[in-house]
Ligand binder design. Sequence first.
Ligand SMILES: Nc1ncnc2c1ncn2[C@@H]1O[C@H](COP(=O)(O)OP(=O)(O)OP(=O)(O)O)[C@@H](O)[C@H]1O
Ligand SMILES: [Mg+2]
Length: 363
Amino acid sequence: MSVSLTLKNICRRFIKDNEEFLAVDNVNLEVTQGEFLTFLGPSGCGKTTTLRMIAGFETPSSGQILIDGVDITNVPANERGLGFVFQNYALFPHMTIFDNVAYGLKIRGESGETLAQKVREALALVGLSKAEHRYPNQLSGGEQQRVALARVLVLRPKLLLMDEPLSNLDAKLRLHMRTEIRRIQQTLGITCLYVTHDQKEALTMSDRIMVMHRGKIEQIGTPMQLYEDPATAFVADFIGQANLIEGKLESIESDGFGFISVSGRKLRARLGKQNPPTVGESAYLVVRPENLRPDAGSENFPVKVVNRLFEGDRIDYHVEIPGSTQTKPYSMSVPFLPGTTLIDVGQEIQAAFTPLAGVIIKR
Ligand SMILES: Nc1ncnc2c1ncn2[C@@H]1O[C@H](COP(=O)(O)OP(=O)(O)OP(=O)(O)O)[C@@H](O)[C@H]1O
Ligand SMILES: [Mg+2]
């Protein structure tokens, strides 16, 4: 697959409170043709700034941007041939849906039957064939966002850039639009860069995710890679829920596993592939709440139940390792099935997991 977009050592400096800081700090990235790549991270981590530099609305302080191998770092936004969909879709209220979608084509000098055909194709793609004569205020938020998408897609951009396009929609519509956007992107085979701080959105829609933190890349990988093999404690904690159990790496085995000591026990788990600790170094054992059980698993350590939350389909037990300095309890999420024996608060049990379900990373 050919490379569609390359970011080389991209930095963006801003002045905040009279001090210079790096909003985007040496970002390197290659996006393949047809890929759906998401920038994910907490508020202020530099997602929008990175996307705006790709779009040409913001200039990098240093570094290069290449599209299809051509350096476009200094090319104006309107000459880059990219499509941008914002959170705020801002359709022209006095124009019909047809005219809203046709607008960009008309500016390019297109008209007549070819123009009409392109507009109808774009509207069909977003499932709004019947809405062409209506006005924006006669459509729901989700429909308006789809018009905004059609308006950009009709121009066949080289890259589709989207910055939190779903954040103004209600929860149910957001879920629906996730699959819609993914379907449209797949149908067209268009390369898409998507910004969100919603990890579920990122996991469900993306081919790959770039996790950002304080302007830097924490990790780039497929959703499953990030979930199963987080490179850092930040990624483990940000993607899904994770117990970060403090320990020390005791030894490394040749098969990709290692032993970590946790409150006097040696526990076997996968050794993180991305950024593994060295023997003797302090480390985290990462175990997802659903993989920590009161019984099932060869590896276990003693805990005391400090809280029990009934969630219907599951029970979330909060547990602490007696005598440890941990600041917040770990979570053990157990399916609630008919006949499940409950564990009471105050009870001491063994928290267990299988070696495959735990991963050891740097602390
Ligand atoms: N024009 C600007 N001048 C000064 N600081 C800026 C400017 N634009 C952005 N910043 C700062 O740069 C940092 C990154 O901002 P950015 O908008 O890229 O974050 P984000 O990851 O998109 O966050 P959010 O999820 O809240 O949209 C923030 O600290 C922000 O305050
Ligand atoms: Mg933003």
